[in-house]
Design a protein around this ligand. Sequence first.
Ligand code: ADP
Length: 239
Amino acid sequence: MQDLLDVRNLTKRFGGLTAVNDLSFTLRQGEVAALLGPNGSGKTTALNMISGFQPASSGTVLLDGERLTGRPPHWISHAGVARTFQLVRVLSSLNVEENILAAVMFRKNPPAKETAQEEVQRLLEDVGLAGRSNENAASLTYIDQKRMELARALASKPKLLLLDEWLAGLNPSELSIGIGLISNLNEKGITILLVEHVMDAIRALCPRAVVMNAGRKIADGATAEVLRDPEVVRAYLGG
Ligand code: ADP
């Protein structure tokens, strides 16, 4: 499998603070990997640079060999990177269908209206919201808002999906639903990078883990091995 994402020497400085320090890793097409680390280690900042929401101070990000660094978020979205945010973002004055339709129409070459509406129905089915088109987005339960957010991310037909603590706050039964949804997406060929703290989910979903501490990568490899690494245990698992 060829590399889909290639992060090279990515660095972000905020004044005197280096939030991400010379971060390099690659993701192969079809991989699901976790980006782990204690709070403040630079994970969200890394996602922000990959998705263009924050400019890098230095370093490069390539997707399928194409340079993303220096491009604005909509360009990166059109190139095939979608993300979710720590706080769910919905268009609260619209219903479920309209929220997802808006995301479909945001694509580089949006389909005709009828095709777009069919696509929305497929996306609703994919995330378990079939038949819920007319519900007000603002009145959805938390898990259903998360489902809708995922459908909005998928509407861009991403090659790479960045999930920022998408599973946080779910109860145990919702968590197994969430894990199932993510694993279905991966089976459809989407490469996924998860920033996540829920260990059971990481073990279930991610054969590979990259660990950051104080802006630097401290481990990268098979999740089971990475989680036994003494430096990771010290920095992240509180050993
Ligand atoms: P994580 O996602 O691992 O919790 P973050 O990427 O959010 O870590 O933050 C990494 C470091 O960068 C932290 O010290 C944080 O306070 C700092 N930081 C993040 N965003 C900003 C910003 N916009 N301005 C200044 N410092 C920031």
